[in-house]
Design a protein around this ligand. Structure first.
Ligand code: F3S
Length: 122
């Protein structure tokens, strides 16, 4: 199963993941990136470079993050004008709201709000 971007990406968008993807599988929303499951080759390159541990092997997504499996797939079906591909040359500064992993873990309520923001397109 393809890899999946989950709630820790929301309001962060560090984009290190897109930079290392060999098949340009990442798509960009307003507050997070998604992995298009069609081109993803399960290479694992993106997992260790995400500063907030937002990416999981699709088979190992935590129970509390399972909705993001469908979300990544659904958002990747939207037109490129709304959810463009972000390729290996697409590294950007993180959002001003980006946090560190400890800050994210300290506020579990953010996970609930994240799912709403996760569907916002550019
Ligand atoms: Fe998001 Fe981590 Fe990539 S914060 S944009 S999944 S490097």
């Amino acid at each position: 199963m393809a890899y999946v971007v989950t709630s820790s990406c929301v309001k962060c968008k560090y984009t290190d993941c897109a930079e290392v993807c060999p098949v340009d599988a990442f798509r960009e929303g307003k507050y997070m990136l998604y992995i298009d499951p069609a081109p993803c080759i399960d290479c694992n390159a993106c997992v260790p470079v995400c500063p907030v541990n937002a990416i999981y092997d699709g088979e190992k997504v935590p129970e509390s993050e399972k909705e993001y499996i469908a979300l990544n797939a659904e958002m990747s079906l939207l037109p490129f004008e709304k959810v463009p591909i972000i390729g290996s040359d697409g590294k950007k500064d993180p959002l001003l709201t980006a946090r560190k992993i400890d800050e994210i873990k300290a506020n579990p309520l953010e996970k609930l709000l994240a799912l709403q923001l996760a569907r916002e397109t550019l």
